[in-house]
Every structure is written in structure tokens, then in C-alpha cells.
Write a protein of this length. Structure first.
Ligand code: GLN
Length: 301
């Protein structure tokens, strides 16, 4: 395993064509696009890494996986009255289908759906309490305390969140947001600004494995469902292509991270800040393709 990760970091990780930084969030445009890291936390408790696996990065939309798990814990199946379970075939921040579908977002991983999940997580609590619960969940999944929110990224994102505010107002007009857009966006931008290292993310991802000595934070059925949603919706309108190339459930973020789950085997995380046209890590996707091709892990046997 170690040799494979080192080889991937030395080949894919050094590619010249590295994709484009997410410059619509000014703070993310400052990151060095030369970074690359890959980590694997196996079901039997081992951890392997190569590259910059101990440098924290902004997890961005990967936070949607943790928030979904917590929101389901809070309201259970009632969440599915407010958000769907179908891929959208649209960009992560698209408003297009919200009008046709009367303020019900297609799935919890596009921005509109994640705002509903954040609203659910909030309930009647203060944003600070909801964010503390989220950090507690992630820290216990990773079994690491040193995981924090980067306030500069959160406020940079909040300053430029016009589209996300538009989504929130639009859904609220259909009665699909309990809290004010200000409260929901304050929570959402902070959840996206959580920073983790590649190692921490792989360790935290083990909560979605169903075997081994894993942190048992959610039920088996919920793990199966969250993994299914990651497979079908985790890379937005690039989900089909990612499934074709990699064959494992995964969730990306515009910070350039991808969390990938190989059921029964382990959790993998990759980080390279440059993005492809779908807003997913370009080299991260290529690295995962190389990884699964070599190691043969797949949900398809
Ligand atoms: N915070 C980002 C946004 O709302 C998250 C998007 C992403 O990571 N795909 O635009």
C-alpha cells in the first residue's frame, strides 16, 4: 500500500496540468496549487500516506457528508420530505431545478440540499451550538482533537455567498427553510471552512465503513444510504464520470479534497487544490482512478 501511494504522489501528484483553483472564494485562490496528498485509513486500523498529508486544507463540500449524518440523526426519515435523493445533472450551485421542483432540492450534496441539511442541523439551536456539535462529531470520527474552523475562509465565503443566499431565499419562499437565510448561511459557510489534513479526513471517513474497529456513529442502514448518495450525487454533474472511472462512493469539495469510501476495505482521501470543469479536484480524480485500477477496490466486485 505504501509503495502504491508513494508512486501515485510521485507521478499523478507531479502532473503539470493541475486544474484551476476555486477563485470565487478569494481565500481559496491563495492556496499553492502544487500541493498533493493521499491517505488511506484501512478497516483494520492502519494508516498510509504520501505527499502533503499533514497540511490542513478547507474541506468545503466534504462537510456535507458529516452534516447529512447529523441531520438524519436529528430528524430521521423526515429529512426526505425536504430534500430529494436524485442526482441533479447540474452544477453544485445551480438554482435551475428549484423552481420546477417547488423549492425541494434534488439531493443533500448540491448546495441547495446542503442548506436544507444545515437548516435541519440548526433546528432551534444557535449556529455556534450546531457547529460545536458538528466539530465534536468529526473529531470523534477521526479520533483527533486538532480539527478547527478557519475563520478567514468562513468570512471570505460569507462575503461572496450571493448565490447561496439566493438559493436559501428561494427555498424559504416555498417554506423549505425554518431559519433565516442569515443563520443558515452563517452555519453553512463555517461548516465548509472546517480544515482537516488528508490523514484526518481518511480517519474520519471510517465512520462510513461497516466493518472492522470503526467508530460507530451511525447505523449500518444509514451508512449504506449515505454511501449510495455519495456514489450517485457526490461529484455533482461529474458523478457519473467519477463512478465510471473510480467505481467507489465519494464526496468532493472545492478546496480540492475528495473523500472516498471503499466498503469493507478503508477510507481514502486525496487533496490537490486545482479543479476540473465540474469543480472537483482534477488530480484527486486522476489519483483515485490510478489507485483503484492498481488495487482493484470497487463496489462492483
Ligand atoms: N462552500 C462552497 C460553496 O458553497 C462549497 C462548494 C463545494 O465545495 N463544491 O460554494
Amino acid at each position: 500500500m505504501q509503495d502504491l501511494l508513494t508512486e501515485i504522489a510521485d507521478t499523478v501528484g507531479r502532473s503539470e496540468e493541475r486544474g484551476k483553483l476555486a477563485d470565487y472564494i478569494p481565500e481559496l485562490a491563495k492556496i499553492d496549487p502544487g500541493h498533493f496528498a493521499i491517505s488511506v485509513a484501512t478497516a483494520d486500523g492502519s494508516l498510509f500516506s504520501a505527499g502533503d498529508a499533514r497540511i490542513p486544507f478547507s474541506i468545503q463540500s466534504i462537510s456535507k457528508v458529516f452534516v447529512l449524518a447529523l441531520a438524519l440523526g436529528r430528524v430521521g426519515e423526515a429529512l426526505w420530505k425536504r430534500v430529494g435523493r436524485e442526482p441533479s445533472g447540474q452544477a453544485f450551485n445551480s438554482i435551475l431545478l428549484l423552481e420546477r421542483e417547488k423549492g425541494i432540492p434534488r439531493n443533500p450534496f448540491i448546495n441547495a440540499g446542503a442548506l436544507v441539511a444545515a437548516d435541519t442541523l440548526l433546528g432551534a439551536a444557535a449556529p455556534g451550538e450546531a457547529l460545536s456539535a458538528l466539530l465534536r462529531f468529526i473529531r470523534s470520527a477521526a479520533d483527533q482533537d486538532d480539527i478547527h474552523i478557519n475563520e478567514a475562509v468562513a468570512s471570505s465565503e460569507l462575503d461572496t455567498a450571493d448565490r447561496n443566499f439566493a438559493l436559501a431565499h428561494y427555498m424559504r419562499s416555498y417554506g423549505n427553510l425554518e431559519n433565516s437565510p442569515d443563520r443558515v448561511l452563517g452555519t453553512y459557510c463555517h461548516q465548509c471552512a472546517i480544515e482537516m489534513t488528508c490523514e484526518q479526513l481518511a480517519l474520519a471517513g471510517r465512520f462510513l465503513l461497516d466493518t472492522g474497529e470503526m467508530p460507530h456513529l451511525v447505523s449500518r442502514e444509514r451508512k449504506r444510504r449515505i454511501n449510495s448518495l455519495m456514489m450517485t450525487c457526490g461529484q455533482y454533474d461529474g458523478s457519473g464520470d467519477f463512478a465510471f472511472r473510480v467505481g467507489l462512493p465519494a464526496k468532493s469539495g472545492v478546496g480540492g479534497g475528495i473523500l472516498v469510501i471503499a466498503p469493507g476495505r478503508g477510507a481514502i482521501s486525496v487533496w490537490s487544490p486545482g479543479l476540473n470543469s465540474y469543480g472537483n479536484s482534477k488530480l484527486g480524480t486522476e489519483a483515485m482512478e490510478a489507485f483503484t485500477r492498481k488495487i482493484g477496490w470497487s463496489v462492483f466486485g
